[in-house]
Design a binder for this molecule. Structure first.
Ligand code: BGC
Length: 833
């Protein structure tokens, strides 16, 4: 241990200092399950996701954003310019023209000062309201459950004492469907744009004349006083959304787009007596027609389905009903897990926002957010498998479907495509395979599904390999190949080979990229025979055990025994070659050198293997697990969360790859990567450390850091992928909000590890691990069709340990409740002690 004396102890361990400045840009409204943004000048656009099935809209607090159908790259309805200045100026803006004054209820893009502003982001809907010069304008937006459209209701009210003549202009800019092509292939695209006008509806039908069988429609529920469909007519050739010529000048021109940039803009002239108000309903829909029904006349698109859609939302009452149905839908979904803990921040995370984010990550994987362009990554194999962990209790049927889609992108040897496109469900060849943790995540996802549902029939489903039906095998066989892939790819120390990368996409031990612009993952000999991952070793032990439990459940006991031998051998290697003396090492590089050990100059300790190996139970009985977590606390803790590694890398290292490409404190180079903080929560809880588990949980949980929004900058209601670490000049600043595995893992950590309600293959296990000061709480949990009302009594004031469990008054032996009959309501009392 002398070597550790040379270790730079982290300069990160600081605690919240008194009087640190607090700044919020809104507040939670738990009764309405909303975040209420009270200024449009948030540190970054704060967005919401509308839609949770096939039609989606990203919408910011100033009405920026875009819509797409299923796939943000291949079926994008409206444009969005990432990395633009001014920021966030495309979207679903409404212009109000009141005499000479032009403004937007959401402030953007005109940015005229408002007298009042509020934005309520709720579950699947957003309401933005602004007031200026005695006029109040509100836009309410949502995607109705079961339909492919965005609905928007605009209400304008004259709060002044004089009659007002005002004009309202909605405006959206169409995307020519393939967002990548739309942003690059201008020599073609400037000639393809086509629209049709029919009453109050503007149809975007670019490419419908040839191979597309879909179009978009923007409509109003009443005839407009004007319209434009050519962008340059509405904005002006050198105009901008901040100063549309039609709005600031003489009104809409009736332009028809021929090529260039098709848009939908309309004008409504209103005369409002004092106190009077008007409401207009708008929609943006996506319609697909069967090929043989494409046209209603030569070159005239068949609008029957669009007309039916418009008729569904033509009146206020229909709009209200659809909104009420959406709210009821969320009531039902969130009702599957509800806690009442006496800590309002904890309750709002568990009951509302964390589960909501789990739905979004399940739908989007890492494809479309304000940080993910929708054009780059589709569905990630490991990402989507992990997203299932936090989603499976919400809609198990959709989890089932997803599992089968993901498994179909696995190769016959058990490896997998790293990503696939949501529309085609085909593996992405550009990235290919070779990320050696991927196969084990499939076991993790299926295991979570089985524990939740008990639906073992899924294991008999026949699923293709490599999307090739002729290569179909049962899902059980897919899992077998996953397990086998790792057990057959061990390196010189008996630890799993890392391949292109493991969970940490940026630790590229077989890559050696020297030229800028090359991929860090896919350049060079990406599949070396030497570089090994201690993290995958931890996964192999954890999910290998899940696999052996499944095998035993289906009666394959001999195979389970064989698998256990393979697991035991990797566990031994982890405790020898993978152990550094006070923590788990991270890896061995392609030359066989240690990564994440005290002899390393930088990057001496990494968070990932500490979390994963302890969660796997490695070193639990022999003391290594305790030591590893103590080292995390001593060396990686900061006031804003646990950083990924220390000391940060200060120069690029060829043998480690992308991780060293980031300036110290950012991303995987010692950023607070929120995703693996909950691994430490679970690990701490597995050792019975309730206070520490909760402390780690709170550090990154959005509701607990709302008052540092000025520093954190991203939305205070959802997790971000990364918070700048203590080595960064912007310590505490969040980036990449929404689409992160943090959502699923924190839900697992808080609902299972802390509150202690964990589905197992045999039933619901009750094993809370809380701070001693938490004297009790309740959880209502829907599980396999029965509802459990669980009351936990911790008047003993312990952190961990269950003295007794009673179900409907009967004392249980042990702490696993066998599943009750579907429809049953079970009263459960857990006494800690
Ligand atoms: C990726 C994950 C990866 C993580 C750590 C994320 O951006 O989506 O797949 O595990 O980064 O590198």
């Amino acid at each position: 241990m002398e070597k550790s004396d040379t270790l730079r102890k982290t300069r990160c361990s600081q605690s919240f200092s008194e009087g640190e400045y607090a700044m919020q840009f809104g507040h939670f409204d738990d009764a309405r399950r909303e975040y209420v943004v009270t200024t449009p000048r948030t540190p970054l656009p704060w967005i919401n996701y509308l839609g949770s099935e096939s039609f989606f809209t990203l919408l910011s607090n100033t009405a920026g954003g875009y819509s797409f159908y299923r796939d943000a790259r291949l079926r994008r309805l409206t444009r969005y310019r990432y990395n633009n200045a001014p920021l966030d100026s495309e979207g679903f803006h409404i212009y109000v023209k009141d005499g000479e004054s032009v403004w937007n209820p959401g402030w953007q893009p005109v940015q005229a000062e408002l007298d009042e502003y509020v934005c309520r982001h709720g579950l699947g809907y957003t309401v933005i309201e602004g007031k200026k010069g005695g006029v109040r304008a509100q836009q309410e937006l949502f995607v109705p459950f079961g339909d492919n459209c965005l609905l928007m209701r605009v209400r304008v009210r004259n709060d002044s004492k004089e009659e007002k003549r005002i004009s309202i202009f909605p405006y959206v800019e169409f995307c020519l469907w393939d967002a990548m092509d739309d942003a690059s292939n201008f020599q073609r695209n400037y000639s393809t744009g086509e629209v049709e006008i029919d009453g109050a509806a503007i149809y975007h039908k670019t490419e419908y004349r040839e191979r597309r069988d879909h179009y978009a429609v923007f409509w109003a529920n009443r005839a407009p006083d004007g319209f434009d469909t050519a962008r340059e007519a509405f904005l002006g050739v050198y105009g901008s959304p901040a100063r549309p010529e039609a709005v600031f000048g003489q009104g809409c021109t009736g332009s028809i787009a021929h090529g260039w940039q098709p848009v939908a803009a309309q004008q409504f002239d209103l005369t409002l007596a004092p106190g009077a108000s008007e409401t207009i309903l708008f929609g943006l829909g996506y319609i697909e027609n069967p090929r043989e029904e494409k046209w209603e006349a030569p070159n005239v698109i068949n609008k029957a389905r669009a007309r039916a859609m418009m008729a569904r939302y033509a009146a206020d009452a229909q709009f209200d009903d659809a909104l009420a149905a959406l709210s009821a839908h969320w009531d039902e979904l969130l009702g599957h897990y509800q806690a009442s803990t006496g800590d309002e921040k904890l309750d709002r995370m568990v009951n509302i926002w964390n589960q909501y984010q789990c739905m979004v990550t399940f739908n989007m994987s890492r494809s479309a957010s304000y940080f993910e362009s929708g054009m780059g990554r589709g569905m990630g194999f490991r990402d989507s498998c992990q997203d299932l962990l936090g989603f499976v209790h919400i809609i198990p049927e959709r989890a089932r479907e997803r599992i089968l889609d993901i498994a179909a992108t696995q190769f016959p040897d058990g490896s997998a495509y790293h990503q696939y496109q949501p529309l085609t469900k085909k593996g992405n060849l550009d990235v290919g395979s070779g990320f050696n943790d991927d196969p084990l995540w499939l076991i993790a996802g299926v295991d979570a599904y089985l524990r939740e549902t008990g639906d073992f029939a899924i294991l008999d489903e026949r699923v293709p390999f490599d999307n090739d039906e002729t290569l179909s095998q049962t899902l059980l066989e897919h899992l077998r190949r996953s397990f086998r892939f790792t057990s057959k790819h061990l390196g010189p120390h008996g630890l799993p080979l890392i391949g292109r990368a493991d969970w940490n996409d940026c630790l590229n031990l077989n890559c050696f990229s020297e030229q800028s612009g090359e991929s860090f993952q896919t350049t060079g000999p990406s599949e070396g025979p030497v570089a090994e991952s201690v993290f995958i070793a931890g996964m192999f032990v954890k999910y290998g055990r899940a696999w052996t439990d499944i095998l035993r459940h289906v009666g394959l006991v001999d195979e389970a025994r064989m698998a256990e031998r393979a697991i035991a051998s990797v566990e031994r290697a982890t405790l020898t070659a993978g152990w550094d003396g006070a923590w788990f090492r991270r890896a061995y590089d392609a030359s066989g050198n240690v990564v994440g050990g005290c002899e390393c100059e930088e990057g001496q300790i990494f968070i990932e293997p500490q979390g994963m190996c302890v969660m796997a139970g490695i070193g639990k009985d022999t003391g290594e697990a305790e030591k590893a977590l103590a080292s995390v606390k001593e060396r990686l803790d900061t006031k804003y969360g646990i950083v990924l590694l220390q000391p940060a890398y200060t120069r690029y290292r060829l043998e480690l790859g992308e991780i060293t490409s980031y300036p110290p404190g950012y991303k995987e180079n010692a950023g607070i990567f929120c995703h693996n903080n909950p691994w430490i929560v679970c690990a701490e809880a597995s050792l019975g450390h309730g206070a520490r588990a909760f402390e780690v949980y709170c550090r990154t949980a959005p509701a607990y850091i709302e008052d540092i929004s000025e520093i954190h900058r991203t939305e205070p209601y959802v997790y971000s992928q990364m918070i700048a670490g203590c080595d960064a000049p912007t310590f505490g600043e969040g980036k990449n909000s929404w689409l992160t595995g943090t959502a699923a893992w924190t839900f697992v950590s808080v609902s299972q590890a802390i509150l202690g309600v964990t589905p197992t293959l045999d039933g619901l296990k009750l094993d809370p691990c809380v701070p001693a000061s938490a004297k009790g709480f309740t959880v209502t949990r829907l599980y396999r069709g029965a509802t459990y009302h669980i009351t936990v009594d911790n008047s003993a004031g312990v952190e961990h340990g269950v003295k007794s469990v009673t179900a409907d008054g009967k004392t249980l032996s042990g702490n696993v409740l066998p599943p009750a009959a579907p429809g049953a309501a079970v009263d459960v009392r857990v006494v800690m002690g």
